[in-house]
Design a protein around this ligand. Structure first.
Ligand code: PLP
Length: 303
């Protein structure tokens, strides 16, 4: 945390750190959430994170569709309309300085008696956190990052389905803790069959020759919006792309590897468990896909 704080101060270059929090539509320092909220007590919540480019939340519709899908999967109904939600998000964005903002939307099942029965909840709590997001360190993109494969498994789809973006991230927190202990950037998680699923907050890809491969949703992972976008634009650009199960051995023998997420876009992975991937430097296919992605972002903003 201390490191992140320092990075924020440095990277903002004089821009005041600004954070805006909306709770049930109220942007007010007195707005609060009850300690009896089920999101706090049980992780009984769903959430989304997107990034704004020029103050426009990127692929907001896709993120909101996933938020509603996540809620449906855990039988959570929203007590507000999609229009009200968008209005609250836009209010947060307007109040923030800077063009590049991190937007986190959290919907909890609400507060109620302390018992697991979901019907104990009264009314959703809707929290939107917006903050200026400085550019990430250029070294991530130019030099790449090192990962580990953690012993902590991603849940089976029959447990808390990893395809649901819920407030239950404790497995991922433990995986990240292991990565930090081993001085790695982040951890890659396997499923119970021993195949790659994803990073703690990102999807994982490999390049074999000129072929891009990412694990299928069936492996038990979050259907990332960036992953979906890349599958689409890679095909449109006549790149060979496929969803296949990937074993740790296959990943380590790949020519290139990278992770994807809405805020990080595409980050080259140069080693896994201290084993260099390909030449141990960011690969040409990863870099060219990132260029294509950036172009897609710019073109989408013009629409
Ligand atoms: C577990 C997990 N996988 C993948 C992703 C990447 O998803 P997206 O591309 O929608 O940001 C995230 C994002 O936070 C995540 O938490």
């Amino acid at each position: 945390m201390k490191k992140l704080g320092t990075f924020f101060l440095k990277a903002t270059k004089g821009l005041a750190i600004k954070e805006v929090v909306s709770i049930n539509g109220q942007i007010d320092s007195k707005a609060a959430i009850s300690v009896f909220d089920r999101g706090f007590l049980y992780g009984d919540s769903v959430y989304e994170v997107t990034l704004t480019y020029n103050k426009i939340p990127f692929l907001l519709d896709e993120h909101l569709d996933r938020l509603y899908r996540s809620a449906r999967s855990i039988h959570m109904e929203f007590s507000f309309s999609r229009e009200e939600l968008i209005k609250d998000i836009n209010n947060v964005i307007e109040k923030l300085e800077g063009d590049r903002q991190y937007i986190r939307v959290i919907v909890t099942r609400g507060a109620g008696e302390i018992n697991l029965d979901p019907s104990a909840a009264t009314k959703n709590n809707l929290v939107i956190i917006g903050r200026n997001l400085p550019e990430y360190p250029i070294s991530w993109y130019e030099k790449g990052v090192s990962m580990i494969i953690t012993d902590i498994l991603r849940n089976s789809k029959r447990s808390m389905d990893p395809g649901v973006k819920s407030g239950n991230y404790l497995n991922n927190v433990l995986a990240m803790a292991e990565a930090k202990e081993k001085k790695a950037f982040d951890a890659i998680m396997l499923n119970y069959k021993g195949n790659i699923t994803e990073g703690t907050t990102s999807n994982i890809w490999i390049v074999e020759g000129s072929r891009f491969v990412t694990p299928p949703l069936d492996a038990g992972l979050l259907g990332g919006i960036t992953r979906k976008t890349l599958l689409l634009i890679a095909s449109k650009n006549n790149l060979s792309v496929s969803e296949e199960n990937i074993s740790p051995e296959r990943l380590k023998a790949a020519d290139e590897c990278f992770l994807t997420s809405s805020t990080k876009e595409i980050v080259p992975i140069i080693s896994v468990d201290d084993c260099p991937i390909g030449t141990g430097t960011p690969g040409p296919h990863t870099k060219s896909l990132h260029k294509i992605y950036k172009k897609f972002v710019q073109e989408s903003l013009k629409k």
